[in-house]
Design a protein around this ligand. Structure first.
Ligand SMILES: C[S@@+](CC[C@H](N)C(=O)[O-])C[C@H]1O[C@@H](n2cnc3c(N)ncnc32)[C@H](O)[C@@H]1O
Length: 474
């Protein structure tokens, strides 16, 4: 795997100091980027800052550049221009000049990272125990505080705070909630760093950067719905334990309903930000075809979030969403009616391995975060191939992953492995598990399946920190 250097240069319309002093939190988030080995921060004169980054590979660098952290930089009103250049590393000369190319850390935010492991191997045994206790207590706190994050979302507390700083009484009044409970909630949010307390006024503040993540459902980094997925995992713990014992798996349809609505809302944020803006345009010729009309199948469509977004972006095209889960299909139909696209968007209960799209073939067949879940992804890919028109394209949106587990470390990989062990792998096992790819399979096994299914040309068209977008053509 070739390491890669990214050089970024930002010009500012405010003094660099003003920006730099606010960057501690973003720096921590950058440190947790999968595949980042290190970053050197730079400043020049008064109004220019930048960085040199070493990434483990090109895919990680591209995911970072296309991801929410760089997007937030581009959207920052203090930033007037952003230049980014990627450079291949000239290894032998760099070795002569002692470049730190052998860094092995793929970082995470302090939980289970390889760079951290090097640290953890230093110091006394007691110090190492203490550090690990700290890590697990952080996880335990996050697990319990997740309920509070969900309450903040569902009771509209974060949304109310996006309008400006509040006391507990003001927040309770604005959200029709109990002041004493809100006071306790606010203190916990400050303890976790989600909110700050303005000592002078006694008001609690939701920083605008946090509002993007917690209070704005239209933001590409809106995360609260994912906590419903976590809630479904806890709810289904006994069934998952049984599946671990028997190896018989647990079907998607056997989970608590919060899995279906949580997945829909969580994935919709990413789809809204990327699907028709960057992912479909990254496929060869597909956006042009769909803007003139065409036919699309969305296999494993769930509640149809992606199907409906595509239908809204391409009003001349027709869509079919396929899912084996009848309850999801019914919800998808209701969503299409609410969105006013039901005349061009049909949802059908059928399996990916055997669905029939009628006599007319499709220009695009997509699997949005679904192929790795399927018990027989090879048959599902073959079926998609049969349904494609000549020159048609298969698009797979899969969780971001490298090809080997040693590289899949850090918070995003950890989140996906948890979902995979409790949901995706179990579902594939319940469907016969010919492959049971899991959510961190990476490109290699998927490419192999696609080639067996008759797709000669397979490539990663684009990626984000959460997703790989794979294009396959016959
Ligand atoms: C992780 S969810 C993704 C749902 C949706 N694509 C989205 O992005 O919101 C996976 C979906 O695949 C569906 N699914 C799993 N196995 C299937 C199969 N063999 N045939 C059809 N659908 C399947 C599940 O019912 C579920 O809705």
């Amino acid at each position: 795997m070739e390491k890669l250097v990214l050089h970024m240069r930002l010009t500012l319309n405010v003094p660099a100091d003003v920006v730099l002093e606010r960057l501690e939190e973003p720096a921590r988030a950058i440190a947790a980027t999968a595949g980042l080995l290190w970053k050197v921060w730079l400043r020049r004169d008064d109004a220019e800052i930048g960085g040199v980054y070493l990434f483990a590979d090109r895919r990680s660098a591209e995911a970072y550049l296309n991801g929410p952290l760089v997007q937030a930089v581009r959207n920052n009103p203090a930033v007037t221009s952003v230049e980014a250049r990627m450079w291949d590393v000239e290894a032998s000369l760099s070795a002569l000049t002692r470049a730190p190319l052998n860094a092995t850390g793929v970082t995470s935010s302090g939980s289970g990272d390889r760079a951290g492991l090097d640290d953890k191997e230093t110091g006394s045994k007691e110090a190492r125990v203490e550090r690990f206790v700290g890590q697990v207590v952080t996880d335990l706190a996050a697990s319990m505080a997740g309920v509070m994050t969900n309450l903040g979302h569902k009771l509209g507390l974060y949304r109310a705070m996006a309008a400006g700083p509040v006391t507990s009484a003001e927040l309770a009044a604005r959200t029709n909630t109990d002041e004493r409970s809100i006071r306790e909630w606010l203190d916990g949010q400050v303890a976790g760093g989600y909110l700050t307390l303005d000592q002078a006024t006694g008001r609690h503040v939701l920083p605008p950067e946090h509002a993007l993540v917690l209070a704005d459902p239209d933001s590409p980094v809106f995360l609260p719905p994912a906590f419903d997925v976590a809630a479904s995992l806890w709810h289904d713990e006994d069934r998952i334990a049984e599946a671990f014992r028997t190896g018989k798996g647990l079907g998607w349809h056997q989970h608590h309903d919060r899995l279906f609505s949580g997945t829909e809302a969580f994935f919709r944020s990413g789809y809204r930000a990327h699907l028709t803006r960057t992912w479909i345009p990254a496929l060869e010729g597909v956006a042009t075809k769909l803007s003139r009309g065409g036919r699309v199948a969305d296999v494993g469509c769930g509640h149809g979030a992606s199907t409906i977004l595509m239908a809204q972006a391409y009003p001349g095209a027709r869509f079919v969403g396929i899912d084996y889960h009848e309850a999801s299909v019914q919800t998808a139909r209701a969503r299409a009616r609410e969105a006013g696209v039901a005349d061009r968007v049909l949802f059908e209960t059928a399996t990916a391995e055997g669905w029939s799209g009628g006599s007319e073939r499709f220009d695009l067949v997509c699997f949005m975060d679904a192929l790795h879940d399927m018990g027989d992804p090879l048959q599902a890919a073959r079926r998609a191939r049969e349904q494609l028109a000549d020159g048609g394209t298969l698009m797979l949106v899969e969780p971001f992953a490298h090809d080997s587990p040693e590289q899949n470390v850090g918070p995003v990989a950890r989140l996906y492995y948890a979902a995979s062990a409790g949901i995706c792998t179990q579902h594939a096992l319940a469907q016969g598990g010919r492959y049971a790819l899991g959510a961190q399979a990476g490109l290699a096994p998927i490419e192999d399946i696609l080639k067996q299914a008759g797709f000669g040309r397979v490539r990663v068209a684009t990626s984000t920190p959460f997703n790989l977008v794979i294009e396959a053509r016959a």
